[in-house]
Design a protein around this ligand. Structure first.
Ligand code: DUC
Ligand code: ZN
Ligand code: ZN
Length: 466
């Protein structure tokens, strides 16, 4: 099957130019001006006049069916990756979970079972380590060889995902030797738990106090600490869901020192604030960790971080729980609200609207932070994240002028609310291709469950080069 995407403007991290793109089978076969006029034939032609042609976006931080707080994140690999496709995202990297007392392999097997035959777009896995032992350290090397080269550890959630400094440092040293990458959820969990218990004892149980308990300095301190540990271990470290200036300063300083330190932020930290947590129990819809922060100065600082490459990636931390029946588990005690927000479908458009249309980043930087840098840092480039001959034909025909209103009534994520309900955004994915197959066109899903394949990723060579 040959598909010609004609008359569009190709937008990549390196630049933009008018070009046609020929897809042959699953990969990009040719790029150039006026391909049809020059004798190139195809089975179907997609007219991209007035549109951008961008690499399929990559979301390196999702939690499909994550067990959390006595329930499970609602999207399955089927519903979550279908929603991703509607939003122009053609690759996700989800977090497989090692539970305490179990092996990495058991966690990985469980995630394979969730994803295999169900995903609508390609997927990879990172591995959450909750139990650092001699056995799990040895397993890490095997996972790198199998294309799962990243290990996420937490300084938050004591008793669940939490690792102490010794465990983190051991995992870091192992990763230095096996070529992988360490990802860190950096908040000081033990300190947060003390403040949270005090607040509850004072009767401050509303969702708003979830945000109050998790001081910015707890994120700043933990971010600095884990970066320092990674420097001592001589391993690259990637800070997930960085939310606040205290942590941004830690990453800036580390990068200025020449550390192999990287970070992502998420749309919720660029567009939502502590105020959203403050509307009685409705605020539970906005409970995630790290929490939403004060708008000033954090939003501007994070945008500036994205512009200056202190932050390299925007991912979603997609982890949806219904308001009814799931978020409601925390009525009367914010500590029992499952943490997480839906977002996999909206990231590309929110960043186009707020970033490109809003004049904060160029359209090339937009592509870079949603597709190209994630591909490079996570061992997928140039197969993913690029428009180049031989790359996977994961492509989006993107209309920069289309307007749509975000709503739970029309989104495709399996969750009963939207954090952006009623927001009008400019920009939308018209046609989405995953390895050459049209999966979304004009608002219709044309893909299939099971089309998405496991993506074996390479080691963290790019992250080691700085
Ligand atoms: N933060 C969330 O908000 N949800 C899932 C896990 C996490 O770290
Ligand atoms: Zn996290
Ligand atoms: Zn997460």
């Amino acid at each position: 099957m040959r598909t010609l995407i004609a008359n569009g403007t190709v937008v990549t991290a390196d630049g933009s130019w008018p070009a046609d793109v020929l897809v042959d089978g699953e990969t990009i076969a040719q790029l150039g001006a006026d391909l049809a006029a020059n004798g190139v034939t195809a089975d179907q032609t997609i007219d991209a006049s007035g549109k951008y042609v961008i690499p399929g976006a990559i979301d390196v931080h999702t939690h499909m069916e994550l067990p959390f707080g006595g329930t499970f994140a609602k999207d399955t690999f089927e519903t979550g990756t279908r929603a991703a496709a509607f939003g122009g995202t053609t690759t996700i990297v989800d977090f497989a979970v090692q539970s305490k007392g179990h092996s990495l392999r058991e966690g990985l097997d469980a995630w394979n079972a969730k994803a295999e035959g169900n995903a609508c777009v390609d997927y990879g896995f990172h591995m959450i380590m909750s139990d650092v032992t001699d056995e799990s350290l040895a397993e890490m090397d095997q996972l790198v060889a199998e294309g799962i080269p990243d290990f996420k550890l937490f300084t938050a959630y004591p008793g669940v995902f939490y690792s102490d400094d010794a465990a983190i440092f051991r995992a870091m040293r192992r990763t230095r030797d096996n070529g992988g990458l360490i990802m860190m959820h950096a908040e000081n969990g033990p300190a947060i738990d003390i403040v949270a218990a005090d607040l509850v004892a004072q009767g401050k149980t509303d969702p708003y106090y979830h945000g109050v308990a998790r001081y910015p300095v707890f994120e700043g301190e933990a971010t600095n600490r884990v970066i320092r540990l990674a420097e001592a271990a001589d391993v690259p470290v990637y800070i997930v869901h960085l939310s606040v200036i205290d942590a941004l300063e830690a990453i800036r300083e580390a990068r200025d020192r020449g550390a192999m330190a990287y970070a992502e932020t998420c749309p919720q930290y660029l567009f939502l604030s502590l105020d959203d947590l403050g509307n009685g129990f409705d605020g539970s819809k906005f409970v995630c960790s790290p929490p939403l922060r004060e708008k000033n100065p954090n939003w501007e600082e994070l945008w500036s971080g994205l512009k200056k490459n202190d932050l390299q990636v925007v991912s979603t931390d997609h982890c949806p729980f219904d308001f009814h029946g799931q978020k409601e588990l925390g009525r009367g005690d914010f500590r029992k609200i499952p943490n997480g927000l839906p977002g996999v479908e909206d990231r590309v458009d929110l960043l186009h609207h707020g970033g490109v249309v809003g004049g904060k980043i160029s359209k090339e930087r937009w592509v870079e932070i949603i597709a190209t840098e994630p591909a490079k840092l996570f061992g997928m480039y140039p197969r993913k994240g690029a428009i180049a001959v031989g790359a996977d034909a994961d492509l989006v025909v993107y209309d920069p002028n289309r307007k749509r209103t975000i709503s739970a009534g029309s989104h495709h994520m399996d969750v009963d609310y939207s954090c952006y309900e009623g927001w009008e955004v400019q920009g939308g994915s018209d046609v989405v291709l995953s390895r050459g197959a049209v999966v979304v066109q004009d608002g219709e899903f044309r893909g299939r469950k099971g089309h998405g394949r496991f993506l074996k990723r390479g080691p963290a060579e790019y992250a080691r080069m700085g």
